[in-house]
Design a protein around this ligand. Structure first.
Ligand code: F6P
Length: 326
C-alpha cells in the first residue's frame, strides 16, 4: 500500500469518556508524521453525507478532559447496506482520504470490518471506545474506567440512604450484553450479589444469598446489569419484594450518567497511547485491526476477532463477591 497522506477520524455508536482524548491523539500523531487529517462528523452517517472537514493541532486543543465527542456520534442504518457503504467510500475518495481511524464499540468495528473487506484501498484501524469493556483484544476499553468510577461514586451515595433506612437496593447499571460494569463495581461497592448476563441468574440462589447473610446488616445492595435475563432491576425488585415483604426494597437505575463526564486519568492515558499507536500502525501499512492494550502492551487484533461475546467473565471476581458479602 502506498504511503498514507490523509487520515480520516470519526466516532460512532455510543459515546464514551476518553473519545476526545483519542481524537486528539490521532490528530496530533498524524500531524507529527506529516500527514493530513480530517474529522468526519456523526460517524458513518456523516461519512455518507460528506460531513468531512480538515483538522489541525489547534482543533483538538483543550479537549483531553472533556467527555462526549467533539466529532459527534450516532448509529447509521444506511452504512449497514452495500449502497450506503459505497456512498461513504465515494465521499472519502472525494476528500482524498486514504486511511481511517474508527472510534467506537462493537457495531463500529463490525462496520469497519465490512468496509475494509469491500474497499481495500482505504486502510482502516479501530480504537475500542465503549463503557462496556466488551471487546476482545484489549484489557480495557476507552471509557470503562471512567464509567465504573462514576458508578461507585453514585452507589456510595445510595449506600448512605440504604444504611440509614435499613434498605435493600437493587441498582441497575449499563451493559446490554455484558456484565463487566456490574461485576467490577459490585466488588468496588461491596455488593451483596451481582446479576449479569454472562451467568445464569437464578433467583433461588439470590434468595439463599440474602437469607445466608448477616441478619444484623443494615443495608444490602444487589448490582444488576441491564441485560440480565430475569428482566432488569424493577422485575428483580418486584420478585424480592413479593418473597420478602418485610424488606424495605428500592430500585435505582443509574442510566446515562455512566456515559458522560470527564474521563479519568487512566482513560486519558489509554486513549492517548492507543491513538498514537493507531496512526503508527496505519503508517506501517496495516489495516483491518483494532488497536488495544493487553498486559500493558499495545496489541493488534483483527476486527473479526475483536467484536463482542468473546469476553470471558473472570470467575475469580464472582468468587470474591461471594466470599466478601458475608
Ligand atoms: O454500548 C454502550 C451502552 O451504554 C450500553 O451499555 C447500553 O446498553 C447502550 O449503550 C445504551 O445505548 P443508548 O441509550 O445510547 O441507545
Amino acid at each position: 500500500m502506498a504511503a498514507i497522506k490523509k487520515i480520516g477520524v470519526f466516532t460512532s455508536g455510543s459515546d464514551s469518556p476518553g473519545m476526545n482524548a483519542a481524537i486528539r491523539a490521532v490528530v496530533r500523531t498524524a500531524i507529527y508524521y506529516d500527514m493530513e487529517v480530517a474529522g468526519i462528523r456523526r460517524g458513518y452517517e456523516g461519512m455518507i453525507n460528506g460531513e468531512i472537514s480538515p483538522m489541525d493541532r489547534k482543533s483538538v486543543a483543550n479537549i483531553i478532559q472533556r467527555g462526549g465527542t467533539i466529532l459527534k456520534t450516532g448509529r447509521s442504518e444506511q452504512f449497514k447496506t452495500i449502497a450506503g457503504r459505497k456512498r461513504a467510500y465515494d465521499q472519502l475518495k472525494k476528500n482524498d482520504i486514504d486511511a481511517l481511524v474508527a472510534l467506537g464499540g462493537n457495531g463500529t468495528l463490525i462496520g469497519a470490518r465490512e468496509f475494509g473487506e469491500e474497499y481495500k484501498d482505504i486502510a482502516i484501524v479501530g480504537l475500542p471506545c465503549t463503557i462496556d469493556n466488551d471487546l476482545l483484544g484489549t484489557d480495557f476499553t476507552i471509557g470503562y474506567d471512567t464509567a465504573i468510577n462514576t458508578v461507585i461514586e453514585a452507589v456510595d451515595k445510595i449506600r448512605d440512604t440504604a444504611e440509614s433506612h435499613d434498605r435493600l437496593f437493587i441498582v441497575e447499571v449499563m451493559g446490554r450484553d455484558c456484565g463487566l460494569i456490574a461485576l467490577r463495581t459490585g466488588i468496588g461497592i461491596g455488593a451483596e450479589a451481582i446479576m449479569i448476563p454472562e451467568t445464569r441468574s437464578d433467583m433461588n440462589a439470590l434468595f439463599n444469598r440474602l437469607e445466608r447473610g448477616r441478619k444484623d446488616k443494615a443495608s444490602k445492595i444487589v448490582m444488576v446489569a441491564e441485560g440480565d435475563e430475569p428482566g432488569g432491576a424493577f422485575e428483580i425488585g418486584r420478585i424480592i419484594q413479593e418473597k420478602y415483604p418485610n424488606y424495605d426494597t428500592r430500585v435505582s437505575i443509574l442510566g446515562h450518567i455512566q456515559r458522560g463526564g470527564k474521563p479519568t486519568c487512566m482513560d486519558r492515558v489509554l486513549a492517548s497511547r492507543l491513538g498514537v499507536a493507531a496512526v503508527e500502525r496505519l503508517r506501517e501499512g496495516h489495516t483491518g485491526e483494532m488497536v488495544g492494550l493487553i498486559h500493558n502492551s499495545i496489541a493488534y487484533t483483527p476486527f473479526e476477532q475483536s467484536v463482542k461475546h468473546h469476553v470471558d467473565v473472570n470467575a475469580e471476581f464472582l468468587k470474591i463477591v461471594e466470599i466478601l458479602s458475608l
